[in-house]
Design a protein around this ligand. Structure first.
Ligand code: BGC
Length: 248
């Protein structure tokens, strides 16, 4: 079965049909740049462009980089325009995709769902945390394979700052930080999260997971296993489609 997945990210809105049997894209993905400011209207245009590019007619799963209450209403918008807060994203994107059945899920939760089924978390019970390092820091918490949605651990306080303002990939890039310097920040963040949740496994996702060999070996003193995500940049697309399949 195929379902369409769209990932709304800080830099791009990407989508492709997903082969749910394989947990992989069924076609090359198509991407448009995320508009700035990333207002509901402009982002919805981008989502519609991606879906229309494939002439898709059928269920669509869409990630959003904020809390999604009850699968529809946006509650937070740390890295997109604040005018998203309170918007019924599900209803709006349904309308803007010409009436397709739409499912909306937090981006890290989507990536986590995909990793647990098809990637680094496959078959893993206990407490597993998937952390996505990108424009912000996203989190997906699993207890025996079951998602606890909307955990928002990127906004824990670390050294008096919002953790994602201290250890996201964007911070590394904005300040031109070395891998060593940034890895120490990620290490402090992981130690803090570990102190609070004692997971048995951390899965590190986001675009930077492609370069995991440059920073994961520099991280020390964490009891839990720390591994890179396997689906890397496509995890959000795949997870969004998986969620849509559940609701279809
Ligand atoms: C948002 C989360 C999101 C993460 C990654 C954070 O700023 O609050 O909801 O998952 O960024 O995009």
């Amino acid at each position: 079965m195929q379902i369409f997945g769209v990932d709304i990210g800080g830099t791009g809105i990407k989508g492709a049909p997903v082969d749910l049997g394989r947990g992989d894209l069924a076609d090359d993905r198509f991407k448009v740049l995320t508009p700035h400011p990333a207002t509901p209207d402009k982002v919805a245009d981008g989502v519609a462009e991606v879906v229309n590019h494939f002439g898709w007619q059928g269920p669509v799963g869409i990630t959003f980089p904020g809390v999604i209450a009850d699968g529809s209403t946006v509650r937070t918008a740390a890295n997109v325009d604040k005018s998203w807060i309170g918007v019924d994203a599900r209803a709006m994107l349904h309308e803007r995709t010409g009436g397709l059945p739409v499912t909306v899920i937090n981006d890290a939760d989507a990536a986590g769902v995909a990793e647990m089924q098809f990637g680094a978390g496959r078959g893993r019970g206990g407490t597993v945390l998937v952390l996505t390092l990108g424009t912000g820091i996203g989190s997906a918490l699993f207890i025996d394979g079951r998602l606890v949605p909307n955990t928002e651990l990127g906004h824990l306080e670390l050294h008096g700052h919002d953790a994602e303002k201290h250890a996201s990939t964007k911070v590394k890039e904005d300040h031109d930080m070395s891998w060593e310097h940034w890895a120490k920040r990620v290490q402090k963040y992981l130690a803090h999260v570990e102190m609070l949740f004692s997971p048995s496994l951390f899965i590190i996702g986001g675009g930077v997971s492609r370069k995991a060999h440059k920073f994961l070996p520099l991280i020390e003193g964490i009891e839990a296993e720390v591994v890179p995500a396997r689906l890397q940049n496509n995890a959000g697309i795949v997870g969004a489609a998986m969620q849509a399949a559940k609701e279809a």
